[in-house]
Design a protein around this ligand. Sequence first.
Ligand code: ADP
Ligand code: ZN
Ligand code: ZN
Length: 750
Amino acid sequence: MEYRISTALISRPMSGLFDYIVDAPVEPLPGARVKVPFGTTQDNIAVLVRTAQPGQTAALERLELKSGELLDDLELIPPDVFALCQYAAEYYHYPLGQCFFTALPSLLREGRAAAFKESPALTLSVKGRAADAELPAELKNAGQRQLFTLLKQHGAPIFKQELRDRGFTSYALAALVKRGLAEEVMQSTADAHTWQEDSRPVLKHAALNLNSEQQEAANAVCAALGTAQNFLLYGITGSGKTEVYLHIIAKVLERGQAALVLVPEIALTPQTVERFYQRFNAPVILMHSALSPSERLNAWLTMKTGKGAVLIGTRSALFTPIPHLGLIVLDEEHDSSFKQGDGLRYHARTLAQQRAALNSCPLVLGSATPSLETLQEVMSGKTVLLQLTRRAGAAQLPEIVLIDQRAEPLTLGVQTGIGITLENEIGIETVKGNQVMLFLNRRGYAHQLICHHCGKVITCPHCDTPLTVHRSDNRLLCHICDSAFPLPRTCPHCGSAELLENGYGTEQVEHYLKLRYPDVIVDRLDRDAVKTKADLDVKLAHMRAGQTRILAGTQMVAKGHDFPGVTLVGILDLDAGLFSDDFRALEFTAQLLTQVAGRAGRAERPGRVLIQTHHPEHPLLQLLIQPQTSYLTVAQQLLALRAQRLLPPVSAQAFLLSNSSVREKAHAFLSELMEGLKPHLPEFPGLNCGPVISDKIEKRRNRYHFHVQVLSRDRNELSAFLTLAQRRADIMGRRTDVRFACDVDPLFMY
Ligand code: ADP
Ligand code: ZN
Ligand code: ZN
């Protein structure tokens, strides 16, 4: 039978729906994919949004409409995820089709079949199964022994990707195969049963007994199962939040419902992952950026077909179809990686709230340093606050000390970020056998290269930003567009050979420490030193084992890792975060400080945090060093400041953005748009529109960027205005080489 359908194109930035005719045996459902002709191309993927009744297709229309080809026999995107995409399209003023694009794994966007792909898995060989002893004597390496035991206990093959995510090295996998104990098989999840059919109990072992606060928190959420209540689980790092999630998830699974756990990319360490695998018999599925396209599709289908019980994933896992979803956890909810920076600029927290509402399930936000957005929701009564105030074990909170940099002698160390006080303290702690962590939010060796002769700074040819010196690979790198250039011998402007390095980064800090403490193992944790997840796992393992004595790095060191041997944390330079023109800077600084400080003194050994600053009198620092100050006190003061200045989260904020490779075009587009909107502004009395100005870094990747800031106390008013702006931008027409977009609830200023 022929059906007339309305579709949203997923791979083109077009708002609006497009109608086609499809031939199908039964009425096709919304959420199915259709291959349709559009413009000059034939193979455009679209998602079916609605179907007209068969009789409604008049003969005349039939002639006008082109035919599409239905790719899925049923809905591919189930109703709840479909509704989530519709919500995202409205909330973020972004084309619906492009929201579907964000929601789908890349292979499905390309029109591939929604079918499981075989992936390599590992299982014990006949020889391995026959090994009488619990462990064959030839296995000496601890990793290989653990792997053997796991495969023996599990019986069935385990995907190699899962084994790697659980911390087994490719080397360990290969070693077992080489010894003939294990073999590689290709496996697919297609024939697996749904997990509810498994008769084993949900828990593998009895769980830990919760302390009273943990129990109270778990009880509160469990009592709300089946409702869309939001919770904030506020507890310092190490206070046992993950343990609370595990308890609630067990209850959810016992109800026959599945759970979704969203984490920042970096938090998916083998230790965290393993706690989930160790706890539940029910299948745990991981989704992160290191998966190949077919592994991602497999994970997506495993959840969609009800074969996975717990999905742990980063931001975009939020869009995964999960039948019987009973709980959403969003851990480290303050983390800025939950906000997508391009395309559909969504915040996972905002959409998780909506998904929880659509699925009538609780949402648990966890953090030691909750965002002001979430605290605002707590104050307004929409989110229930649950607190964990005690640290598991005997760990105490660290003491925070400010070191006035103005009083420090100008040593060689100071020029590489380490003043004499900190240097001495590092010496004392490492001699005692303790570990030290140093934090600096600048990658590279030197911040910039300046010509001593003509004074010019060497900048990126594609961006308005200085190139950073990276010594380890002898290159100049652009931190905006990632372009790399060989280290020049002479100034490109005047030819002088006198080039000066200016400012230090993590690489220089590491370099200095290695010279200063030649007998101590120093390591570095930043985007340059960690290229893959395996790099990260190795570095964290060395740190956890106490091998690495000094770890220097960017905010990567601040995120959720548990290193009991760290007694000293040094913060090399916070001053930029104290005097930024971004109104969120103080919030981020307070969060960062609290998070970094949380790394110190986690076991029996008390910890200290030394903060180097040129501004010890700054009120935020003064507040943070008071022993009785909690993050919550600081956050409440910051929130009061926001309220005074009518800034988010008290008001709603958005940016209108334009960019072009021709500077004038980018500016002209926004100016004309704002000019056209002017007559309508009286309809939006609470709205505050800024001028058209260029971004802080105007030229990025050879394109010039301009923006307009819009604020309103009334989110509906802001949204109505954005709808109007979007419509006018559409009317102004597609101009060659001008891109226009909105960013609703931006996290950073442009
Ligand atoms: P968070 O997620 O807040 O950082 P975790 O749940 O990871 O905290 O707990 C920190 C440590 O304390 C972990 O090693 C965990 O096993 C342990 N722990 C948590 N809760 C308990 C408990 N009730 N009894 C014993 N140990 C606990
Ligand atoms: Zn020069
Ligand atoms: Zn660049």
